[in-house]
Design a protein around this ligand. Structure first.
Ligand code: AGP
Length: 607
C-alpha cells in the first residue's frame, strides 16, 4: 500500500520517479502523483490514474533534477486528484509525500483551520505540509522544520519533504513505515521499498524508526527526531533488477510459483544438520536450554501468513510435542491477550510491514513476551521490531497472491519443529528422516510444477463454478484454507474451507452438482476417513476434485491430482502447490488480473 520515490541528482528526475513508481505498483494504489523542482519552480501532476497514465501526463515536467513521487492507497478520503500526493502547504513552497497514518490529523486539521489555513484535501498527510511551512517560519534548515513538525504528529510515517527554496536537498523521515536511501554516484534516491532503487544502485541505508535523513546528490546525513546525529553505513542489497523482472513469464504469480524449488533451497541452506538429524536456526538467538524452556508456540499472522502459521503449529506439535497454535494477528491484539512468558510467539509476514501483525509484536515486546519473526523482507518493520527470527529467503514476491513466501514460511516452521523436537524427545532417527524429507522438497515441488498442465486441465473443467468447497482434515486443514484463499483472491470464485468432520454439521446442505469440492487426502493415518468424506459428497451429487498423495481410487472422484510424498509431517507443503496452480489456472481462464486482484494490496500497512 502506498509507495514513495524521491530523487536528487543529474538525471531527468521525472523519468526516474515514474520508473520508480512503476516498480512499486505491485503494492497496490488508487492514485499517483509527482512533484519536481525545475528552475526554482515547483511543478506537480497528480490524479486518480494508473502510473502508465501518469507517465503520459508528466511529459512537461522533464528537465528537473529534484523531485518526489507517490502512489496512494486511500485511507482518509476517496481516490481523487485533491487527495493524491504530493500535498503542498498554502504557499506552494513545500511538497510532501507520506505513507502511514497521522492519528491526530483531525485535531491538527482543526488547529490549522483555526489559524486560517485552508486545507485542500481530506487527507491526514496534507497537514504535514502545513506544519512544515509553519515551522519554517522560525528559520533554520529544512530538516529543523521537518523535525519540529514531526514533534506535533502522532502515528506512523515514512515521508519525504521537498522545499522549493532548496533545489539540492530532500528530507526523509521514518516512523513505522519504511524509508530506504539509495546511494548512487553523484545522485541519491529515496524510496519506501528497495524494489524502486535496485535498477540504479544496490548501496542502501534503511532508516530506523524515529530517524531523519537529509539527502543531497553527493551525500546524506542522518539524525534522530531530537537532533542527535546518527551514523549509518550503507549496506549492499542482495537483489538485482532481474529479481523484479518477469523474465519471460506471463505474470509474477506464475514466475513466483516456478521459483519455489530454488526458494526452498535458499531457506534450507545452512540450516540442516543431516548427521544429527536437526536444524540450526541461529537467528532465533536461543540456546538449547532456552529452546527447552519453551512450553508453547503461537504463530501470529494475517491471511496466508496465518494459514502458514496453522501449518507451522501442526508441524511443531507433531515433531516437538509442544502445544502450538496460530491466531490471526489482529484478533490477538484486539482481545487483550494474556502474555505467556513461556510461549514463543512467532510473527509471520512476507512483507514485514503488515500493520495487523506489527501491532501485536509491539504489544508483546511491551509486555515482555518472547517474539521472533518469520519474515521475508530484510530491513522491514516486523523484522526490525522482533530483532531475531528466521528470514524466509524467498526473494522478492511481487504478486499479491503469496506463493513462494507461503511455502518458505511452512518450510521454516518445519525447521523450527525439528529443532524444538530434537532438544526434546524426537529421536535422531526421526530427525534424520525429517531432514531427508526437507532436502527432498525442492525436487518434489519441481515435479509438481512440471506437471502443471494436468492441474490446468482440471481448472479448465471447473472454471464455470461459482462456489467451491475446500475440504481438509487435521494436517490438510490449513492446506484447504490456503487453497480457498488463493482461489477467491485471484479468481473471485467464492471458496470456503471446511474441516472434513464439520461437513455433516451444516455445509453438506449446500452440496449439489453446482458445488464442486476440492478434497485433500494426505497419505496419513486418516486416508480411510477422507475417502469416506469423498463418498458422502458424491452421494449428494457434488463433484469432487481429490488432491492426494495417497492411493485414491481414480473412479471415486471426478478428477484426481496426485503429488509425491516426503513424509506425513511435511506433505502438507506439497499438497499446497497444486492448489496454487489450480487457483492460477482458474483465474487465467476467467481473464482476471492475476497479480493485482481487485481491492487488494500486497502490503497492508494500515489497520
Ligand atoms: C496472500 O495471498 C494474501 N495476499 C494475504 O493474505 C497476505 O498473506 C497477508 O496480507 C499477509 O501479508 P504479509 O505476509 O506480508 O504480512
Amino acid at each position: 500500500m502506498c509507495g514513495i520515490v524521491g530523487y536528487v541528482g543529474n538525471r531527468d528526475a521525472v523519468s526516474v520517479l515514474v520508473e520508480g513508481l512503476l516498480r512499486l505498483e505491485y503494492r497496490g494504489y488508487d492514485s499517483a502523483g509527482v512533484a519536481v523542482l525545475r528552475d526554482d519552480e515547483l511543478l506537480s501532476v497528480k490524479a486518480a490514474v494508473r502510473v502508465w497514465q501518469l507517465r503520459n501526463m508528466v511529459t512537461d515536467l522533464a528537465g528537473a533534477h529534484l523531485g518526489i513521487a507517490h502512489t496512494r492507497w486511500a485511507t482518509h478520503g476517496p481516490a481523487t486528484e485533491a487527495n493524491a500526493h504530493p500535498h503542498f502547504d498554502s504557499s506552494g513552497r513545500f511538497a510532501v509525500v507520506h505513507n502511514g497514518i497521522i492519528e491526530n490529523a483531525e485535531a491538527l486539521r482543526t488547529q490549522l483551520a483555526d489559524r486560517g489555513v485552508e486545507l485542500a484535501s481530506d487527507t491526514d498527510s496534507e497537514v504535514f505540509a502545513h506544519l512544515v511551512a509553519e515551522a519554517s517560519e522560525q528559520g533554520g534548515r529544512l530538516e529543523d522544520a521537518v523535525r519540529a513538525a514531526l514533534r506535533l504528529v502522532e502515528g506512523t510515517y515514512g515521508l519525504v519533504v521537498l522545499d522549493a527554496t532548496r533545489p539540492d536537498e530532500l528530507v526523509a523521515a521514518r516512523n513505522g513505515s519504511p524509508i530506504v536511501l539509495g546511494i548512487g554516484a553523484g545522485e541519491m534516491f529515496v524510496a519506501s521499498d528497495v524494489s524502486a532503487l535496485v535498477r540504479h544502485t544496490r548501496q542502501v541505508v534503511y532508516l530506523e524508526d524515529g530517524e531523519l535523513a537529509t539527502v543531497r546528490a553527493g551525500e546524506f546525513h542522518t539524525s534522530t527526531i531530537d537532533a542527535r546525529t546518527t551514523h549509518r553505513a550503507p549496506t549492499t542489497v542482495d537483489l538485482g533488477v532481474d529479481d523484479y523482472e518477469l523474465g519471460g513469464f506471463a505474470d509474477y504469480m506464475d514466475k513466483e510459483m516456478a521459483e519455489q524449488p530454488e526458494a526452498v533451497v535458499r531457506v534450507l541452506r545452512g540450516r540442516l544438520d543431516a548427521k544429527l538429524g536437526t536444524a540450526r536456526l541461529d537467528g532465533l538467538g536461543l540456546n538449547p536450554w532456552e529452546l527447552r524452556g519453551i512450553r508453547r508456540v503461537k504463530f501470529l499472522g494475517c491471511g496466508s501468513a496465518y494459514y502458514a502459521g496453522q501449518l507451522g503449529a501442526a508441524v511443531v506439535e507433531e515433531l516437538a510435542r509442544v502445544p502450538a497454535d496460530a491466531e490471526p494477528a489482529a484478533e490477538f491484539s484486539y482481545r487483550n491477550p494474556v502474555v505467556d512468558p513461556d510461549c514463543l510467539y512467532v510473527a509471520v509476514s512476507q512483507s514485514g510491514e503488515t500493520f495487523d501483525t506489527l501491532a501485536p509484536v509491539q504489544e508483546l515486546r511491551r509486555k515482555g513476551g518472547r517474539v521472533v519473526g518469520a519474515v521475508n523482507v530484510v530491513g522491514s518493520a516486523i523484522a526490525r521490531e522482533c530483532g531475531s527470527g528466521v528470514f524466509l529467503h524467498a526473494g522478492p514476491e511481487i504478486s499479491v497472491a503469496s506463493t513462494k513466501a507461503f511455502t518458505n514460511m511452512a518450510v521454516s516452521f518445519a525447521l523450527l519443529g525439528l529443532l524444538l523436537g530434537r532438544v526434546r524427545d524426537l529421536s535422531a532417527a526421526h530427525g534424520r528422516r525429517t531432514v531427508a524429507g526437507l532436502q527432498a522438497l525442492p525436487e518434489r515441488i519441481a515435479e509438481i510444477i512440471d506437471r502443471r498442465d494436468e492441474v490446468a486441465a482440471v481448472a479448465e473443467r471447473f472454471a464455470d463454478a461459482e462456489h467451491m468447497f475446500f475440504i481438509g482434515r487435521v494436517r490438510a486443514w490449513p492446506v484447504a484454507r490456503e487453497g480457498a484463499q488463493k482461489l477467491k483472491e485471484i479468481s473471485y470464485v467464492h471458496a470456503e474451507a471446511y474441516q472434513a468432520s464439520e461437513l455433516k454439521h451444516g455445509p453438506l446442505a449446500l452440496i449439489d452438482k453446482s458445488m464442486p469440492s476440492v478434497v485433500l487426502v494426505p497419505d496419513d493415518e486418516l486416508v480411510a476417513k477422507n475417502l469416506s468424506t469423498i463418498e458422502q459428497i458424491k452421494a449428494r451429487g457434488g463433484p469432487v476434485i481429490a488432491v492426494t498423495n495417497a492411493d485414491v481410487p481414480i473412479e471415486l472422484a471426478d478428477a484426481v491430482i496426485t503429488v509425491p510424498s516426503v513424509g506425513a509431517a511435511l506433505d502438507p507443503i506439497l499438497l499446497t502447490i497444486p492448489l496454487q496452480l489450480f487457483a492460477y489456472h482458474m483465474a487465467r481462464k476467467l481473464g482476471r488480473d492475476i497479480d493485482k486482484p481487485r481491492n487488494l494490496a500486497k502490503s497492508v500497512t494500515v489497520e
